[in-house]
Write a protein of this length. Structure first.
Length: 275
């Protein structure tokens, strides 16, 4: 059975608590240059890592309504906290209207394939680490991956406020990476979509002793696979697709920060979730 071209031409919806998910959106855009992206950054409610599971689920459902109205063929939860708190709910809520991809399962598979029997560190928000979801899923693989997870709550606000690539951020990053929980690891998994922006500083700290894993490319590959297996890849066109970016609370600094996250300037449109 062939997929109707109109279905394949529909956009990919991506959401995050703020603009960190743009690191994943950029990886998707690079891997799938013919796909149109609709991004929703819930900046009114960031950071999700400090919110309750019930609150994150409520935000996720409201955002999915927005993306479904835009007829998205796939919804990517480009946020570890939201993936931990709301992935199953979103899948159930969206049903057959769109495919759903989260951050956690693709990354767990990658870690299992490459780090069986080895110590792996993980840093993320309080919500992601507290949910214990990575540990549960990695343990289910039964590949003897020794996971060392540490909540690093100062990193997201630091990055959102633009305090990185400087002395202040270096001291905060070093304080976390030198924590006893992370001693002796072979790799460090960045379990937050904001963290790729400070990956160079982390690599400089480790000086080659520890591999720093950015899951963006792994997740982008999973999106490509999910669409290709169902015949939903957009047909190649000459003109670059026009992506659309929404935020639930607009500030000028966010518009500037999107350039850092996405690698190019984008126009943000204010779209309040509740009015």
């Amino acid at each position: 059975m062939t997929t109707p071209p109109a279905l394949a031409a529909r956009p990919i919806g991506i959401f995050d608590s703020g603009i960190g998910g743009l690191t994943v959106a950029r990886a998707v855009a690079l891997r799938l240059p013919h796909e149109r992206l609709i991004y929703f950054g819930d900046t009114a409610h960031l950071p999700y890592g400090e919110k309750s599971t019930a609150a994150i689920q409520a935000y996720a459902v409201k955002i999915c309504d927005v993306l479904l109205r835009q007829q998205c063929k796939l919804i990517l939860i480009a946020c570890n906290s939201a993936s931990a708190a709301a992935y199953e709910l979103v899948r159930e809520y969206v049903g057959s209207k769109a495919l759903v991809v989260g951050m956690i399962d693709p990354v767990v598979q990658y870690v299992g394939q490459h780090y069986a029997g080895r110590p792996v560190g993980l840093i993320g928000t309080k919500q992601t680490v507290g949910s214990n979801i990575y540990r549960k899923k990695i343990d289910q693989l039964d590949l003897a991956v020794d996971l060392h997870a540490l909540a690093t709550p100062l990193l997201v606000p630091m990055i959102e406020e633009g305090f990185f690539n400087g002395r202040v951020s270096e001291e905060i990053i070093s304080a976390y990476l030198d924590h006893p929980t992370l001693l002796g690891i072979d790799a460090l998994l960045l379990a937050c979509t904001h963290f790729p922006l400070i990956k160079p500083q982390m690599e400089a700290h480790y000086q080659g002793r520890v591999a720093v894993l950015d899951p963006s490319d792994v997740v982008a590959a999973t999106v490509a696979e999910a669409l290709a297996s169902r015949g939903l890849l957009a047909a190649p066109v000459e003109a670059a697709p026009a992506h659309h970016f929404y935020v639930s609370d607009f500030t000028r600094s966010f518009e500037e920060s999107t350039r850092l996250f996405f690698g190019q300037q984008v126009q943000l449109e204010h779209y309040p979730l509740w009015e």
